[in-house]
Design a protein around this ligand. Structure first.
Ligand code: NAD
Ligand code: WQD
Length: 338
């Protein structure tokens, strides 16, 4: 019995592969390294002391995907992380995003159906809620208006999965809507290291603290929040990874169905909370300046994670301090060679 993990060399995928191997699952990883590095696979093996099969392949490659499923008759489920995820880039290159994320998912689903593997966990995002002006998002609010092609690919794939399930209810589909994953593996060997200037807050803070960037730009301090800066539900990537184990375990029991779960902590923190906590727990400085709001940003985005707790027995356990400590532990090794 093996779990096929697409995008398993990426940030969330690599942490999930570690947890799967630790729990004794056999894992097969497919990745084309468009946003990751081959070294990550060796790091996963070092951390876990376990080996796994790997295919360097693009999920858009029908023949290769067919070959992978033909060679591995023991695949029981797929966890589908592979996708492009940079919001700004998706605005500049919408066709590439629709092609990679949507066409790639269609190739994957067609191949799964051909081989009669009908169990999939899909990486969706809180971005599908859009701005609904509520303090916490529950799954039954449904999808709102997405504001960029990346978010639209997530909303469209969710719809494709729903239509697939309604056409054939032998499928077992679990859609996980992630909030804001940060943090890194305790070893400091796995984490998020985007190329160039980061778009997301924590990778930016890490580069400022390491002296790679001069200061953080805080995008607006005039939101209707406690300190005027945007508030988000930051979740430790290891808690997020563990959510996939709960999803797989639940799907093994239910055998079929379509479910949607938020993976977040339920506790929103502001940009300045993150900066202050990062400085305090790591004893470093994160200089910042307040700038204009970033177009498309909303004031608050926070999960109500109670459905995942009730139905999958999952709860995020790691606090903001630990997220900041683990992020810096990774960044120090990466940027300062410590
Ligand atoms: P990531 O870029 O680190 O990982 C994605 C992996 O998929 C990379 O290793 C990349 O090389 C691979 N990949 C992309 N296209 C591929 C293709 N066509 N064929 C094979 N491999 C391909 O991103 P991540 O942060 O680990 O995100 C994983 C998933 O979770 C993505 O689908 C992302 O959209 C989703 N997600 C991420 C966040 C976040 O904030 N990080 C939030 C919500 C949802
Ligand atoms: C967090 C807060 C910014 C950078 C994005 C995607 C979303 C999901 C997660 C994949 C906001 C502020 C940021 C900076 C800042 N990804 N900020 N200075 O926008 O909540 O979500 O990543 O699905 O789809 O949109 O995350 O980390 O970019 O921003 O002040 O340099 O930090 O305004 O309030 P976001 P983020």
């Amino acid at each position: 019995m093996s779990i096929l993990v697409t995008g398993g060399a990426g940030f969330i995928g690599s942490h999930t592969v570690v947890e799967l191997l630790d729990k004794g699952y056999d894992v097969i990883v497919v990745d084309n390294f468009v946003n990751s590095k081959p070294e990550t696979l060796d790091i996963i093996k070092d951390i876990t002391g376990k080996d796994f099969k790997f295919y360097e392949a693009d999920i858009l490659d029908k023949e290769k995907m067919d070959e992978i499923f033909t060679e591995n008759k023991d695949i029981t489920s797929v966890i589908h992380f592979a996708g492009l995820k940079a919001v700004g880039e998706s605005v500049e290159m919408p066709l590439e995003y629709y092609q990679n994320n949507i066409a790639g998912t269609l190739v994957l689903l067609n191949t799964m159906r051909k081989h009669n593997i009908k169990s999939i966990v899909f990486s969706s995002s809180a971005t599908v809620y859009g701005d609904q002006g509520v303090p916490k998002y529950t799954e039954d609010l449904g999808r709102g208006k997405t504001t960029n092609p990346y978010g639209t690919t997530k909303a469209m794939i969710e719809k494709i999965l729903e239509d697939l399930y309604f056409s054939d209810n032998q499928w077992n589909i679990c859609i996980l809507r992630y909030f804001n994953p940060i943090g890194a593996h305790k070893s400091g060997l796995l984490g998020e290291d985007p190329q160039g200037i980061p778009n997301n807050l924590m990778p930016y803070i890490m580069k400022v603290a390491a002296g790679e960037l001069d200061h953080l730009n805080v995008f607006g301090n005039d939101y209707d929040t406690k300190d005027g800066t945007g508030m988000r539900d930051y979740i430790h990537v290891v808690d997020l990874a563990l959510g996939h184990i709960n999803a797989i375990e639940k799907m093994e029991k239910t055998k079929k169905g379509l479910s949607v779960y938020n993976l977040g902590t339920g506790n929103p923190y502001s940009v300045l909370d993150l900066v202050n906590t990062f400085e305090k727990v790591n004893g470093v400085k994160v200089p910042y300046v307040i700038t204009d709001r970033r177009p498309g940003d909303i004031a608050v985005c926070c999960a109500d994670p109670s459905k995942a707790n009730k139905e999958m027995g999952w709860r995020a356990e790691r606090e903001l301090e630990e997220m900041c400590r683990d992020s810096w532990n990774f960044a120090e090794k990466r940027y300062k060679g410590m």
